[in-house]
Design a protein around this ligand. Structure first.
Ligand SMILES: [Ca+2]
Ligand SMILES: [Ca+2]
Ligand SMILES: [Ca+2]
Ligand SMILES: [Ca+2]
Length: 441
């Protein structure tokens, strides 16, 4: 049996504790904006041999029957767990889609599989077979595995790989998702192997939406997610995902991408199937994929971006419609190719001489250099300087505010009234009075 891991303890524990304090200071968000994360790891089983594996997600049902759920074929397929206390193996054998403790007496297996445990899978087929281990991302603050004297078969307890230098149980190799490892405890006492969660937990502790089931199809190339919903009127969902290859680590708070946007929901649950898409590999081509479901219809700051997308896709503030304070709302900036986290009000990517802020105020496209002249309306009585000014109903209040956004060729239409301001008319801008206009200081 291979010895993959060796033990050495030092001040590493202290470093890990400090890391934990930083991770757990992360805020949690309100219950109905986003789900907790779920995911799968894809594991390849060598033909007619044993592969050491582990479960890096919390299965929806930890029975062996449910964990494998029709994913294996061939004779014999056997799952073998090692009892480090009794120093014996326990086997479960697959026959006709059922797992047996004893095939002859038709006694079904009661074996369970959970994170932290390692086990061997014998693939009885002459072909490599792939299995998907699915479930919730492990979000416990810390996890402990008891290492018994002599041999143990273990897995890393969290839903990511971990670098060999970061694991408290000093290792000769990185601990990879979905892999199992033999560990030989040289002492004669039980040793606790404890790891703090290696990624932040910015997720609500409960609530809906919630990913309540994942199931792979028979061909192993599509994954169906069942999402439990709140049932709120107008509820709509975004599905976000994150792919992590075997040499990368999961980063929970960012790195998410949109898989499907604004799915309509008409009841207590909805099923969405991931069949891949342009820019998103189908599930048979990725090592591990994580999913997050956000409410697409909750936009607290009314900037056009749902809270969940602001938090996990764009890193903008869901409570501030203009995160970078440059006068242009987050949603408008993203829709027009600008940066919602950087003051780019003075930028002019289309080179038309009109700044991004002016383009926003005029309602034009900052990525289209065609200049459209406009009429800007001013009304001392009914107007407001935060209005766009491009229609009588959204008139500005002062001529100065209109001048600020005017370009040569524009007209400024001034409604009847008294204007107590000093006005300088730029070249090429025409002023049109509509009724009796008085300028006063
Ligand atoms: Ca928003
Ligand atoms: Ca902005
Ligand atoms: Ca900006
Ligand atoms: Ca421009």
């Amino acid at each position: 049996m291979n010895r993959y891991l060796s033990r050495s303890r030092s001040c590493l524990d202290i470093v890990v504790c400090l890391t934990a304090v930083i991770l757990f200071a992360h805020p949690c968000f309100s219950d109905n904006v986003v789900s907790r994360p779920a995911g799968f790891v894809r594991v390849e089983l060598v033909p007619q041999g044993n592969t050491l594996v582990s479960l890096p997600f919390v299965p929806y049902d930890d029975s062996i029957q449910s964990v494998f759920d029709g994913q294996l074929s061939g004779v014999p397929c056997v799952v073998r767990k090692w009892d480090a206390v009794g120093l014996v193996y326990t086997d479960a054998t697959l026959q006709s889609d059922l797992w047996y403790e004893d095939v002859e007496s038709q006694t079904l297996s009661t074996m369970t599989l959970n994170p932290g445990e390692g086990f061997a899978v014998r693939n009885g087929s002459a072909e490599t077979q792939t299995v998907f281990f699915c479930g919730n991302v492990v979000l416990d603050a810390g996890s402990t595995v008891n290492l018994h004297p002599s041999l143990n078969l273990i897995g890393y307890q969290f839903s990511t790989r971990i670098d060999k230098d970061d694991v408290t149980l000093a290792s000769e190799t990185d601990l990879l998702m979905g892999k199992g490892y033999w560990y030989e405890e040289p002492g004669d006492e039980v040793v606790e192997w404890t790891e703090p969660r290696p990624y932040a937990d910015p997720f609500p502790s409960s609530g809906k939406p919630s990913i309540v089931q994942m199931a792979v199809n028979g061909d192993g190339d599509a994954m169906s997610l069942t999402v439990s919903c709140s049932g709120a009127a107008g509820e709509a969902l975004d599905i976000m995902y994150q792919d992590v290859s075997s040499d990368e680590t999961f980063v929970s708070g960012n790195g998410w991408q949109l898989a499907a946007g604004n799915l309509a929901v008409g009841g207590a649950s909805v099923v969405w199937t991931d069949v891949g898409a342009a820019g998103r590999e189908s599930i048979d081509n990725v090592s591990a994929r994580y999913y997050l479901v956000g409410r697409a219809d909750i936009d607290t700051d009314a900037d056009g971006l749902p809270d969940a997308r602001e938090l996990f896709l764009y890193a903008t503030n869901p409570d501030n419609p203009d995160t970078d304070g440059d006068g242009m709302p987050d949603g408008w900036e993203l829709a027009n190719g600008l940066n919602p986290n950087l003051d780019d009000a003075d930028g002019d990517p289309d080179g038309d001489g009109i700044s991004n802020l002016s383009e926003h105020l005029r309602g034009t496209d900052p990525e289209d250099s065609r200049v459209e002249t406009a009429t800007i309306y001013v009304d001392a009585t009914l107007g407001g300087d935060s209005n766009a000014g491009l229609s009588p109903a959204s008139a500005k209040q002062t001529i100065g505010a209109a001048v600020q956004i005017a370009i040569p060729g524009d007209s400024i239409a001034i409604a009847e009234g008294i204007y107590r301001e000093k006005v300088e008319i730029p070249n090429g801008v025409k002023m049109v009075a509509r009724g009796v206009v008085r300028l006063a200081q």
